[in-house]
Design a protein around this ligand. Sequence first.
Ligand code: SAM
Length: 277
Amino acid sequence: MSAVPGRWPAAFGAAELLRDADRDDGWLLTVDGVPQSYLDLADPTHLEFDYVRLMGDVVDCLLPEGPLQAVHLGGGACTLPRYVAATRPGSRQLVIEADAALAELVRTSFGTTGFRLRIGEARAELARLRPGESDLVVADLFEAALMPVHVTTLEWLLEVRRLLRPEGVYVVNVADGRPLPFAKAQVATLLAAFEHVVLLADPSVLRGRRFANLVLAAGAGPLPVDLLTRRAAGAGGRTRARLVSGQDLRDFTGGAAPVTDANARSSPRPPPDLFHR
Ligand SMILES: C[S@@+](CC[C@H](N)C(=O)[O-])C[C@H]1O[C@@H](n2cnc3c(N)ncnc32)[C@H](O)[C@@H]1O
């Protein structure tokens, strides 16, 4: 197991591994120039991307403390599974990754200590997983910059929900820009599938000032809203995100309808200059 910088063909574009010039042991994985994962090999608790830090905040707030049973849909370089393995030792984790070439590159470059990496398409694999066992299901599914349409729908969420224990939590990364139509429709869809939903994002993203990631968390049981609000606001961390929940979150949707398999639309394409180095 040893990482080398370079470019390789993969299913959703050219995969590239880049060493971080500013951080010893830091590696960036991109696909067609779009950042997918950042790893610090010496410190798996370092979460470089703000949205992954927010997902980490959700993980940290899950009760009870201790090992988790987790399913990660979309692997990239598996930053978050490595984070869970480090912060919740003994966790049982399965990562499902559709891109076989990318999965092999990640396996040989960085290893898979602390989780199983299965090659498969997320929605197809859901039906094969045992229901009612997961504390955590994470979806971070992007073909380079775009989310596959069939993992944005109410039908998809009802299949995801099946995996969760009654108190289990689903966390998903979405990306959008002004006036956030995709994110609003995704919130409406989560509100149709789950009793409790929160949105975490940088205040400038919520105001639609820039194209960026938003993190949604949902569950059948109550979410740790107060704790998560404090964590997201930066207590002890770098992020300064806002948590939106309750009526504010319903207002955020602006009346958007839930997305279904019949009416799903492609996720928005980021501005062309967003990822220029
Ligand atoms: C942004 S990366 C995930 C990063 C990951 N959250 C981490 O912790 O490093 C998105 C991944 O989703 C994968 N993907 C895209 N569509 C998929 C699908 N339908 N099923 C499974 N994986 C998929 C891509 O190949 C890519 O590796």
